[in-house]
Design a protein around this ligand. Structure first.
Ligand SMILES: Nc1nc2c(ncn2[C@@H]2O[C@H](COP(=O)(O)OP(=O)(O)OP(=O)(O)O)[C@@H](O)[C@H]2O)c(=O)[nH]1
Ligand SMILES: [Zn+2]
Length: 303
């Protein structure tokens, strides 16, 4: 039985791209009834076993184990989340960046952080270099272990680097509205022409038109979801302990806290608080951690 990858889901059909290199057209498939009975449905990004029927269509017979699963956008087996933040217009939003990172950490996704619209920060930056105000931010996140890229869709800066990171992988783009996600995708994928803010305003169309998710094939074997991913997140699945675990740089200190299950709030003998006081953990990161912890607690109270 052939295997393939679901690259699109639309109106009850799944479009499967065969693993064998000869076939380039996706096969239109129905899912077998058994999935419905079991309460599961195939997702874009799923690797599947499929069969061909006589009318040239196919059936999805089996879903191979998923390495990850996102709810919004609904895509399985993502390898890389490209987190897009504009350096201005809208202003760089570090609380949101830390929130996204909690989610990508807990979903086990690799991340690439793009600081885009860098062309708008021309003052104080050397040509092709990084403006002074961004340098500390880049240093902080790189020191934690997150790759950072400075980009500009307008000037084509950093676009080929994003492309390169996607080689042979499935990627999704995330970021708040207006940061320039569609513009980066358009710059990366010739002929894609996703609607950007400018165009949708001009046509008087509402923003956030619902669209299906589709994986776009890149020449380098990578695939990227053609949807401006997720723009907001709340903590549906992350609990207090998971939250602490999602702040990577806490780990060596958290292991040495006096109490097991320490929430690093006001507990005596908390090494995370000590590390923050000593400047080994950035105050901004620690403060966002406390903010998210409160959000999680509030949510528990409400439900
Ligand atoms: N100067 C400059 N403007 C940019 C850049 N990238 C995007 N923009 C502009 O920023 C606005 C928003 O860009 P989009 O690509 O639509 O942003 P988005 O993140 O896809 O927005 P949503 O679709 O609302 O989620 C548009 O007016 C773009 O022209 C950039 O690198 N430099
Ligand atoms: Zn602690």
């Amino acid at each position: 039985m052939p295997t393939g990858l679901i690259v699109k889901a639309l109106s009850g059909y799944y479009y499967v791209l065969a693993d064998d290199e000869q076939t380039t057209e996706a096969v239109q498939c129905r899912a077998r009834g058994i999935f419905k009975k079991r309460g599961i449905s195939p997702l874009v990004g799923d690797r599947v076993v499929y069969g061909l029927t006589e009318n040239g269509e196919g059936t999805v017979d089996e879903i191979l184990p998923r390495s990850s699963e996102l709810i919004r956008p609904p895509v399985a087996n993502i390898d890389l989340a490209v987190l897009v933040f504009s350096v201005t217009e809208p202003a760089l939003n570090l609380p949101l960046l830390d929130k996204f990172l909690v989610h990508t950490e807990s979903a086990g996704l690799d991340t690439l952080i793009c600081l885009t619209k860098h062309d708008l920060l021309s003052e104080g930056s050397s040509p092709g270099g990084v403006s002074e105000e961004l340098a500390p931010v880049i240093r902080l996140y790189e020191s934690i272990g997150y790759p950072m890229l400075v980009t500009s869709a307008k000037e084509g800066v950093g676009v080929s680097e994003i492309y390169g990171r996607l080689a042979g992988r499935i990627g999704v783009v995330a970021g708040q509205s207006g940061v320039g996600k569609s513009s980066l995708l358009n710059a990366m994928v010739p002929g894609l022409s996703l609607e950007t803010n400018e165009i949708s305003m001009k046509l008087g169309r509402g923003k956030h038109t619902t669209r299906h998710v589709e994986l776009i094939r890149l020449q380098n074997g990578g695939l990227i979801a053609d949807t401006p991913g997720f723009s907001q997140l709340d903590f549906l699945q992350v609990d207090a302990e998971g939250l602490s675990g999602a702040f990577r740089e806490f780990a060596p200190y958290a292991a040495a806290c006096r109490f097991r299950g320490c929430l690093h709030l006001h507990e005596p003998g908390c090494k995370v608080q000590e590390a923050k006081e000593a400047g080994h953990i950035a105050a901004s990161r620690y403060n966002h951690y406390i903010q998210f912890l409160n959000e999680i607690k509030d949510k528990k109270r409400r439900y």
